[in-house]
Design a protein around this ligand. Sequence first.
Ligand code: ZN
Length: 405
Amino acid sequence: MLYRDAALADGSGPSLRKGVSVLVDRGRILWIRPTSDEGDLPSDVHVVDAGGSTIVPGMVDAHSHVTLPGGSHWIDRGFDSPEELLEVAEHNGDLLGRAGVRWARDVGSPAAVDPRDGRKRALALRVRERWREDRSRPRLRVAGTWIAHSGVLPAGLTIEADDGPGFLAAAAKQLDDGADLLKLYLDGPKKEEAPWSTEAVRAVVDLAHGRGAKVTAHSGLLPGARVGIDAGVDSLEHGFELDSDLAAQMARQGAFLVSTLAIFRSWASFAHTTTLPRFVGDEGKERTARRRERAIESVRVAHHAGVRIATGTDFGGGSLRANHLAWEVESLVEAGLKPWEALASATIRGGELLGESEAGRIGEGGPADFFLVHGDPLTDPTALWRVWRVAWLPEAPGRAEPTRR
Ligand SMILES: [Zn+2]
């Protein structure tokens, strides 16, 4: 398959390459050449006239919840039956792919009994195993079930751990179940205090690192963020209340921030489209606007400090849907990143966060994990909404590229 005369935007710099041809064979990129100098082509090549479109590396949604649907009732949906949630995951898999998202990092799913062996574990682990078999499905990394202090999130959704030994045991259980990373909920029942001590979090971080897993932490409030970074977590999710001292420390330690600013855009939209008082009422609207300003400031501070920023929708665990990552890229531009830097967050930085060298990148010999949009995402993030084609998804029946397993 030859994609001919496209532009190419890869997030490694601010300038668009034009007049580019890309030859793909069985899911790999054989070469990338100027369209004016393609050289000899295979006799059975299928040419796609990509004129007017831009090739972009498949994106990384670094904060997702694949078993949950999102929407204004997102929390309620966490209590739907496991069968329903597994169906939701398949729908989300479709949405992700069509939106140009190649990798999803699942940072929390409800636990349910696995009928295959009767063990209770995070549902997203089953989704990861299903999708591993199918090249057209998103590539998934899974954090297991959220680990939280009691009294913070609705009972039954998370694994609750209130003291050091219980916390460590909860972490070990997730790793035993096959989690790729751990997700700690570092907001506590008291706003001004982290839920666990720095020593307790450090013990969990050491356990996970010793077993080759990373640790990330939900951070809506500053006290928890401080404890997490002091304890050496690999990343903070949301980071809605960072300050410059903490951002400097994150940059020194190489900790990532996974931004999820579009949550507030979503809630603002619900003021118009729902009847829920928390979104429609004046008090709710003001609270959303205040938190949004603070969160944007937080990302701005982190970016200035040199913190590596990856990009997440929080779909499912928040109100966005699985095909909304472009909204977060737009939000990062609002927070002061240049459009090409924001694209890098949704691609290269996401791959770095996952520790996957091919994720979010495009190059000869690498996977043909790219999609084509209209417009230049290096200068205009809204181009990412205008998806025309996705190279890793099967074409219409009869034209399908052979699928490599
Ligand atoms: Zn989340």
